[in-house]
Design a protein around this ligand. Structure first.
Ligand SMILES: [Zn+2]
Length: 124
């Protein structure tokens, strides 16, 4: 379910434009800016106003197949009041032994193991 950031109505996951107001449902892009060999630099995921799971598992919405990336590494939790994503860590390793949750600001870098970096940009 995607919540339109313009009119707050709910839309099916497969839509790209709001069925009520017609505006684009694209909220942000997530781009791989630094990588090892597991994913391509420049790979881009288009994010709508909903939650996403990220990790090595094939069941994740966004799959990062790095060797030291956890099966379910983090979630992007959509906050409809702020029209923003929150980072919710799920990984249990030496780098992130405490569960962290924080708001992702425009242009923020999300670091992953093995030097992989993802950059999130909100769409106007
Ligand atoms: Zn709408």
């Amino acid at each position: 379910m995607i919540i339109c950031k313009n009119c707050k109505s709910t839309n099916d996951d497969n839509l790209v434009e709001c069925s009520s107001c017609g505006k684009s449902l694209l909220l942000a892009t997530l781009e791989c800016i630094i990588s090892d060999n597991s994913i391509e630099v420049g790979a881009i995921w288009e994010l709508n106003s909903k939650d996403y799971s990220v990790g090595r598992s094939l069941s994740c919405d966004i799959i990062i197949p790095g060797q030291f990336v956890s099966r379910n590494h983090f979630n992007l939790k959509y906050n409809s009041e702020e029209s923003a994503f929150y980072y919710e860590s799920l990984a249990r390793n030496l780098l992130e032994f405490e569960k962290q949750t924080y708001k992702i600001l425009d242009g923020a870098i999300i670091p992953l193991p093995e030097g992989i970096e993802l950059k999130l940009n909100y769409v106007d």
